[in-house]
Design a protein around this ligand. Sequence first.
Ligand code: FAD
Length: 445
Amino acid sequence: MQDYDVLIIGGATSGAYFAKKTAKLGHSVKIIEKLSPEKLGTKMDIVHLTKTDLKTFDIPTVREGDPGWAFEFSDNGFGSPSNRYRTPVPAETVGLHLHEYTALMVKEAADAGAEIEYNAAFKEFLFTDGHISGARYDTPEGEKEINAKVVVDCSGADALPRRSLPNGYGIERFKLADDDMFYVILRYAKFDEPQENTFWLNTKSWFAPFSMNSCEKIIGTGATGGFENAEREAAKLDSVTSHGNFELIKTEKGVTPFCRPPYSLVADSFIVAGDSACLTKPDCGEGITSSMVMIDTAVEVLDKALKNGDVTKEALWEINRAYNRIQGASFSLVRAFLTKLVGAVTDDEIEYLFSQGLVFNSKFLGDEKPTAQDLIKTVTGILSAIPKKYISAKTTAAALSGMRLGAELYALYMNFPKSPGYLPLWSARVQKLWDRVGKVAGSHS
Ligand SMILES: Cc1cc2nc3c(=O)[nH]c(=O)nc-3n(C[C@H](O)[C@H](O)[C@H](O)COP(=O)(O)OP(=O)(O)OC[C@H]3O[C@@H](n4cnc5c(N)ncnc54)[C@H](O)[C@@H]3O)c2cc1C
């Protein structure tokens, strides 16, 4: 049986990134990945990352002609239900072939010294004195075991390792329910006419490129609850948006977590990251780089813990605190607000908000973070629309409730407990707020 400092389960974008960063610091790292190299990263063809993300994170920069590079664009925007209003939210974005790009990331991890074993599926944890000390996994040659000081779950939304933890080990073991996931249908379409890259919140749908040809667009639609809800949103988009004729080239389907992360991302000798930890963005469900925000922090803390020879949850706890300060608190705010808003707002109201530049702007739906001033401006704008009946009292109440709950969650996450002993008290308070936030309705009628 081999010994490593760190064993990573799952070798896609989160696993490869975690492995590269940890190996670069001189730690011995092994990835086990259940797929073959040919299948890794084939869950969909195209993903989009902004150029800022490509510069911010230690990931391969690809240019036209490089493996992985598919196209570039910057004309993103948000559309009103009737398509009369469009809020441009320009962002220099690169389209990547996920399979090829993941292979590049794995190669960088290997160049940094990490080992990867394919066709190797996690089965169960090994324990020494009640603490995780490695994992048992299945391979075509039979069952194998690895000893490791720390095991990292980067296995995606199914999160089998996190769900296999013993009861009371320190991390929630929930399995994502249908209403915790965004079911996405991607139709690769060739239109007769050029189309703009647009996101419509009312149908949770979007047009995004899959090549440099502006007639070639992915028509994405998503919904919580199941693919049948996503189909309904797609039908609604097709009926209300006059985007012309298109030839369907292919269809892809996928799921992305759409719920709060587990309260703690660490336990003794264990870290959870990526989709396994539900680190996806609350406004769009994208998760490749939001996971890297957490991993950058996690690797720094883990490095110190390994050097000090202490990988208990107390030694890894700063990962929780730092992550929530950097990203978790603001994601909670946006998630609470959008969940309440999307559940109540009508198409006519969205149309009005667009016409006034309220809510559906880059502050709330783009990468910028809303400030207190933005919140005040939004509240004032909404309140002044009620007497004119552009916005109903019901929707206003939902939006205000979302903001209040979001603000309370933000404050609690910014003050994440300093040590594990306070987590039960903190999480009981936070859970009451999440219960009041509820879930995004499956299909918007
Ligand atoms: C349709 C769609 C479009 C999206 N588009 C974007 C986008 O444009 N930009 C963006 O940032 N995000 C996008 N996302 C979200 C993004 O795909 C995910 O957030 C991201 O891929 C998560 O990466 P991950 O490495 O955490 O998990 P995954 O990519 O799910 O990787 C997990 C890996 O673990 C392996 N594994 C699973 N179980 C085991 C096991 N038991 N043993 C060993 N290995 C195991 C899997 O084979 C897999 O390789 C999209 C999601 C969907 C559904």
